[in-house]
Design a protein around this ligand. Structure first.
Ligand SMILES: C[S@@+](CC[C@H](N)C(=O)[O-])C[C@H]1O[C@@H](n2cnc3c(N)ncnc32)[C@H](O)[C@@H]1O
Length: 301
């Protein structure tokens, strides 16, 4: 699940494991889960935001030296593998994450060339992106993130918006959960599970489905022009492995939030998994992509 990752139920053997982080580290994401979702993420990303982004990048002062792209919460690097080959010109990607294990995967499978064949290089930076300062983004041409906003708090998004608008470069924040899921065929329990899942996402002060609206406001208040486009996962029989893992995580989180749902949720999950295996289940999981174009500053590359 974008921004959440699978949750394992007690006694259940997870095929995709969400590793425990320390209390200050937050949850850690299994690379297998990020790899499983990468094709659905790539299909979902809002291509319509790319032209306004390309226009802004083409007009950046100092562009001839190539683009410097900071990808925040990069995980295994799927954003760069999607975006780098869609942009022209030499690019240097700075991949940020707090998890060194994921940074290793990101560095090994980094994109090699841009849309026009120019060279793409990467470096990794371990750290907390929720504490970024404008200095950390000095010289940035573009900041990206994917499936990150909904695991941040209001304060963390404010800090991020300060850092990005301070750097004056465009910001592409993709695949934030919108809190809406459609399953076909429908089931009376769908809405209750969705509500419990959304409450679970919000439960430690994280924004979950409210992140996208909050981020739009944060960037607008800082003078940026903001555009939002839908970027839903559309899961059918061809995505059965991803749908299965997502279902387990989605229902598991709902039950963690509302334990009284456990019996009904177990029957629900079993029926949903059977439909998934039979190829008769379709899931639309809504996300939003946000492009913020801050006023350029002298510091922008
Ligand atoms: C849902 S995963 C998305 C990974 C990747 N962007 C993608 O789309 O596949 C969220 C990522 O953000 C990282 N992350 C979450 N909060 C962070 C923070 N405060 N500082 C640095 N990394 C963070 C996690 O380690 C994880 O790699």
């Amino acid at each position: 699940m974008a921004g959440a990752g699978p949750v394992t139920r007690p006694g259940e053997r997870a095929t995709v494991r969400l590793r425990d982080g320390g209390p200050e580290e937050g949850p850690r994401y299994a690379p297998e889960w990020l790899q499983l979702r990468e094709p659905a993420d790539a299909a979902a990303r809002a291509e319509d935001l790319l032209d306004p982004l390309r226009i802004r990048l083409a007009n950046l002062p100092g562009r001839s030296g190539g683009l410097v792209v900071h990808d925040l919460g990069c995980g295994t690097g799927s954003m760069g593998r999607w975006l780098a080959p869609r942009l022209d010109g030499a690019q240097h990607w700075v991949l940020h994450d707090r998890d060194p294990y994921l940074l290793h995967f990101a560095a090994v499978a980094s994109p090699r060339s841009a849309a026009d064949g120019s060279r793409v290089t990467v470096e990794t930076r371990r750290g907390d992106v929720a504490r970024l300062t404008p200095d950390a983004l000095t010289g940035a041409s573009l900041v990206t993130a994917s499936a990150l906003l909904d695991v941040l708090t209001e304060e963390e998004i404010e800090t991020l918006a300060d850092a990005c608008t301070g750097a004056g470069c465009p910001v592409l924040l993709t695949l934030s959960v919108a809190g809406r899921v459609e399953l076909a065929p429908g089931d009376p329990l769908d809405a209750e599970i969705a509500d419990a899942f959304n409450a679970h996402q919000r439960r430690t002060g994280l924004l979950g489905p409210d992140a996208i609206t909050f981020a739009c406001e944060a960037f607008s208040e800082r003078g940026a022009t903001v555009r939002v486009q839908p970027s839903p996962w559309r899961l059918g029989p061809g995505e059965a492995a991803l749908t299965e893992q997502w279902l387990r995580g989605w229902v598991g989180a709902a039950v963690e939030q509302r334990p009284e749902l456990a019996d009904r949720a177990e029957r629900y999950l079993n029926a949903r998994l059977a439909a998934c295996a039979a190829g008769t289940l379709r899931v639309t999981l809504h996300h939003s992509d946000l492009l913020a174009l801050p006023r350029p500053t002298d510091g922008a590359a």
